[in-house]
Design a binder for this molecule. Sequence first.
Ligand SMILES: Nc1ncnc2c1ncn2[C@@H]1O[C@H](COP(=O)(O)OP(=O)(O)O)[C@@H](O)[C@H]1O
Ligand SMILES: [Mg+2]
Length: 304
Amino acid sequence: MIKLALVTDKPNLHIDYDMPPLLEACKQLSINADVCFWDDPSVDWAAYTAVLIRSPWDCIENLAEFFAWCDKVHALTCLLNVPSVARWGLNKLYLKDIAARGVPIIPSVFLAPDDAPEGYLADFLDANTDSHEFVVKPTIGSYSRGVKRFVRGGSQAALAHIRALQKRGSHVIIQPYITTIDTYGETDLTFFDNTFSHSIRKGAMLMADGTVNVPTPEFRQPREADAEEQAVALSALVASAEVLGLELPLLYGRVDVIRDYDGRPMIMEMEICEPSLNLPFRADSAMNLIKGVLKRIDRHLVDL
Ligand SMILES: Nc1ncnc2c1ncn2[C@@H]1O[C@H](COP(=O)(O)OP(=O)(O)O)[C@@H](O)[C@H]1O
Ligand SMILES: [Mg+2]
């Protein structure tokens, strides 16, 4: 019997809404599935036919340990997605790499931890005179942590925030605040094996008064991505597989897309390591993901 580990962490399991449908799909396919915490030393990972990274969201606090865990498990069994995906996909510097392959992204300026920020911010403001507001974010993060919105006149506050992020060793991104998000929201598209599964609308997280919303379920509504959004999102996943030199398409990925002022979709972020996949929005999505896992298990066994 196939044994599958569904990997999460203790603090976040209760807000992983994908876990119940995944467990149900495994049950229907007679797969013996266990929910496992990535940092639980008592788990015998080699005992699993495959290990599926789902919601170990506290890994952001402990990346070196998480990457070491990925390498260890990858050496023992079939880890999905593979460690190179985790390493590259958890750092929004990937936006540079996919933009270099022609994928439209939100116009972005990237700063290294030791770059003096004044010149970068001044150049950004000169190049984006039509943007009344801008966003500063760390390249590694989730749940909008460290993501802040500033007005043009707020350079001093923005510089202080950039410096605080850099002091923590973070690379930093400066982007125009794209106001279409206030009305249209963002569209988050879920793909399995480069096949579009489903999508949702997510409302704006950064409020004008500086507060930041927590992306609770109320911010998510069903929305069918149009053909253009699907094509742009897919191009990001295809570019990712190229950059990483993967033989197969990514088993799973979520691509978050926003519209520019001409209505054209561009990538805001892409989650290919441990995305929330919004599975409850499509009835057979969990089953389709697990079928993709089974395909990879077959391939892994042949490769051994
Ligand atoms: N350039 C932007 N314009 C408008 N809103 C943005 C922009 N960048 C981020 N946001 C808002 O902040 C949220 C978090 O930013 P995101 O880049 O998705 O980082 P995280 O990895 O923290 O989710 C987004 O869901 C969106 O609501
Ligand atoms: Mg996001």
